[in-house]
Design a protein around this ligand. Structure first.
Ligand SMILES: Cc1ncc(COP(=O)(O)O)c(C=O)c1O
Length: 399
């Protein structure tokens, strides 16, 4: 059974009674077990990994590699070598662009990118398009922030080599039909990069069932620390990719006449990695896996429905996109700037996100400068929603 009181007690940052945190899509708060895991990684047996020959390094390496296996099982990857540690989703997408796409793309090739993507899933493709002469085409979105699948079908030719889309969109929380996108892209020989930064938080992801070629996410949205993230890639694709960053531990032999590289996953992990981050991400995943995740999602959706029902009666408030998936929704209030609302909410200890949410093309498509985004996590309560509604009503009355 999902017990909200028991959950909430596990988050030290949420013990400030007056504060309401509704910005978990930007970054989630951390349960105490994760904070303890970070501390213990440094306090009990800190050492570098895959280096040295003392017991401390052997222990640290074992914990680091066990964390990789935890992620492997969490997303049902076939091999643990398919899990590459990165700093986050952004770095993983850049790695794919530079190591998978750059050596392969040629003038005339096409990268299809969703119109509602986060900048992290647009800019790396623009950079590699510039480097290779490939072209980016956007998959347009409908007014309700869903990919226009008819347009996708029309754009999908054998010139398309890569399709890059989010699993769940960060501005509106809309889930995209990634299963269909993957299947159709594969029919023309394109690979699909799924940005799972938001999706991993709200769904049990099975990369084999999805048949995703690449799936990326950040630890910090999944109750783990910042600075750790995951690139999943199919082994055959990763094996065929050259290293991206060069440095220690990704090499077999270095000499001034040439260098040979180690295999997966090490060839993509140059330098000392975020050891405590990987271990703490594994702790966060174990913590999450022991929860009633369906109950948690049901709790989130109940809170979201409550918020949406209450907001619907506010004058001039317009929701952006469909509010059917995940704990995220966005709105604007005609005639009032989103910054003003966010400031007045902040003065009442309500943390929401206001702005373009690193999604300029989405805002341009809807002809808006930005939105107020509310993101509800499993630790939010009915009281949080009541306080938010009261604070927003007060802000609107003032403005
Ligand atoms: C959908 C999506 N993709 C990518 C990112 C980038 O994640 P990070 O900044 O952790 O690399 C975010 C972060 O908000 C996101 O929501």
């Amino acid at each position: 059974m999902f017990d909200i009181d028991a959950i909430r007690r596990q988050f030290p940052a949420l013990q400030v009674p007056a504060a309401v945190y509704l910005d978990s899509a930007a970054t989630a708060q951390k349960p105490k077990v994760v904070l303890d895991a970070i501390q213990s990684a440094y306090q009990q047996g800190h050492a570098n990994v895959h280096r040295g020959n003392h017991q401390l390094t052997a222990n640290a390496t074992a914990a680091f590699e066990a964390a990789r296996k935890t992620v492997q099982h969490f997303i049902n990857a076939t091999f643990s070598q398919e899990i590459i540690w990165t700093r986050g989703a952004t770095e993983a997408l850049n790695l794919i662009a530079q190591s998978y796409a750059r050596p392969r793309l040629q003038p005339g090739d096409i990268i299809l990118v969703g119109e509602m993507e986060h900048h992290a899933n647009i800019v790396p493709w623009q950079m590699v398009a510039e480097q290779t002469g490939a072209t980016i085409q956007k998959i347009p979105m409908s007014r309700d922030c869903q990919l226009d699948m008819a347009a996708f079908d029309a754009l999908l030719t054998d010139k398309v080599k890569i399709v890059a889309v989010a699993h769940i969109t960060n501005v509106t929380g809309t889930r995209q039909p990634i299963e269909t996108l993957i299947q159709k892209a594969h029919e023309v020989g394109a690979i699909v990069v799924v940005d799972g930064a938001q999706g991993i938080v709200h769904e049990n992801v099975d990369v084999q069932a999805l048949d995703a070629d690449f799936y990326v996410f950040s630890g910090h949205k999944l109750f783990a620390p910042t600075g750790i993230g995951v690139l999943y890639g199919k082994k055959a694709l990763l094996d065929a990719m050259p290293p991206w960053h060069g440095g220690g531990k990704m090499v077999e032999k270095v000499s001034f006449s040439g260098t040979t590289f180690t295999g997966l996953p090490g060839k993509f992990e140059a330098g000392t990695p975020n050891i405590s981050g990987a271990v703490a991400l594994s702790t966060a995943i174990q913590w999450l896996s022991e929860l009633d995740r369906d109950g948690a999602e049901a709790h989130i959706l109940t809170l979201k429905d409550k918020a949406i029902a209450a907001l619907s009666s506010l004058d001039d408030l317009r929701f952006i996109g469909l509010q059917t998936h995940s704990g995220v929704f966005s709105f604007v209030i005609d005639g009032i700037h989103y910054q003003d609302i966010a400031m007045l909410l902040d003065q009442q200890n309500i943390a929401v996100r206001a702005g373009n949410h690193c999604a300029h093309p989405l805002c341009d498509a809807l002809n808006i400068a930005g939105t107020i985004r509310v993101s509800i996590a499993l630790y939010n309560t009915e009281e949080d929603i009541d306080k938010f509604i009261a604070a927003l009503t007060k802000a609107c009355d003032l403005l």
